[in-house]
Design a protein around this ligand. Structure first.
Ligand code: SAH
Length: 392
């Protein structure tokens, strides 16, 4: 096995549990097949563990958390088995969940989502990409009833690893629509064509929170995708829930979801959220709950300022629509924007329009997207619920 050495004093972060060694932290970047299993050592020669090497990537070594001699199907089977135990402990009978969340499962570069009998895999590193057959083999062993596995390798970050983009069925058969239930709601997911890996599983528990707060309320769900929060609000006896998204296909799925769940207290419209909020402000419309769950606004540090401005505008507009006693549900999946940043925005924007807020609940990503403390990169989802304080 090839041994790679870190420059002097570069080992601290890795000793503390971070799993990436950057190319410029290595003494030398030898030629090797992208994805080869290597040993990483500190400058004094002491081992930091084994991992996948990619001389083409800025993240040159992705450690696997410990000593791995061979990364074969048995290795993946053992790792997947322990990931599944964690999911079952927290998710009980839920049939749609993330089995593997990259670094948080000590499998840097791999995402695995289970949707009943269909599994979606994403490989974001050369090491994982090269072991597709082993990964598929291990999944079929762990889930004997699985009927199809899709490779949704469409993330742009693959290009940085020297990998091409692929979106294909890798094993078995995948139906046009995959039926699963989440929080007791029936969903028809078009995994072959959907965004991301099909469904935003990370908001599962937060959707339950919204469901539990919705009774007799008029709920506006901004960036609803295939209906997530609005459907949970409707199931939680909202007097009316309106979902808004700019994607035509997401809106038609959301409408279908309302229909198959027999929910006549929710509606969906295709619109740009920024425009719709402006219109509602002009029309002086009032809501009891407004949910904001926009897509990531910044993938790189240079985009953070713009992202903060986007969150400020959105949250200010939403606040204007809320009656006293109303709830603002403000979420952000931008990893580079912290919960503290979001709280700060809410403090400033609410003060600006003279509304007082009380933070009543904070959530994060669901337990099938755990956070590895030594890798802040694994923590990305913020979910804050505020009450607009009325006259005491
Ligand atoms: N709340 C959803 C997930 C939201 S993902 C859930 O619970 O599943 C973000 C969504 O924002 C995507 O569906 C995307 O189509 C939509 N979107 C992005 N920009 C938008 C805009 N300006 N106006 C409306 N929708 C937008």
């Amino acid at each position: 096995m090839l041994t790679l050495t870190l420059k002097p004093r570069e080992e601290r972060r890795l000793r503390d549990g971070h799993l990436w060694a950057f190319r410029d932290e290595l003494v030398a970047v030898p030629q090797a097949e992208p994805g080869e299993l290597v040993r990483l050592v500190a400058h004094d020669g002491s081992s930091l563990g084994t991992g996948f090497y990619n001389p083409l990537s800025k993240i040159a070594v992705r450690l696997l958390g410990g000593e791995v001699d061979v990364a074969d199907a048995d290795f993946f089977y053992r790792r997947f088995t322990s990931s599944k135990v964690l999911r079952q402990r927290f998710l009980g009978q839920e049939e749609a969940y993330r089995l593997v969340f990259g670094e948080a499962d000590m499998l840097s570069g791999l995402i695995v989502d289970v949707y009943g009998q269909t599994i979606v895999i994403q490989m974001l590193s050369a090491g994982m990409d090269r072991r597709k057959a082993e990964i598929v083999d291990a999944l079929r062993r762990l889930y004997p009833d699985v009927s199809g596995i899709i490779e949704k390798n469409t993330a742009q970050t693959r290009v940085k690893e020297g990998l091409v983009l692929v979106d294909a069925v890798v094993w078995g058969e995948v139906p046009e629509v995959v039926l699963v239930q989440e929080n007791g709601l029936k969903l028809e997911l078009r995994l072959l064509t959907g965004q991301k890996t099909g469904y935003f599983l990370d908001q599962k528990f937060n959707r339950r929170v919204v469901g539990s707060l919705s009774r007799d309320r008029q709920v506006l769900d901004c960036f609803c995708n295939v209906g997530g929060f609005a459907l949970n609000a409707a199931q939680g006896h909202a007097s009316m829930a309106l979902g808004v998204d700019s994607s035509e296909s997401a809106i038609s799925s959301a409408m279908r979801h309302a229909e198959i769940n027999g929910l006549d207290n929710c509606q969906f419209v295709k619109a740009n959220v920024f425009d719709l909020l402006r219109e509602h402000i002009e029309q002086e419309r009032v809501w009891d709950m407004v949910i904001l769950d926009p897509p990531s606004f910044a993938k790189s540090r240079s985009a953070i300022r713009g992202a903060l401005a986007g969150y400020s505008e959105l949250n200010r507009s939403a606040l204007k629509l809320l009656r006293p006693g109303g709830l603002l549900v403000s979420s952000s999946c931008t990893q580079l924007v912290s919960e503290h940043d979001l709280l700060d925005i809410l403090y400033r924007e609410s003060a600006r329009i003279r509304k007082r807020l009380r933070l009543v609940h904070r959530g994060s990503q669901a337990p099938d997207h755990p956070v590895l403390l030594s890798m802040p990169e694994t923590q990305y989802l913020k979910f804050l619920v505020f009450e607009v304080i009325g006259d005491p």
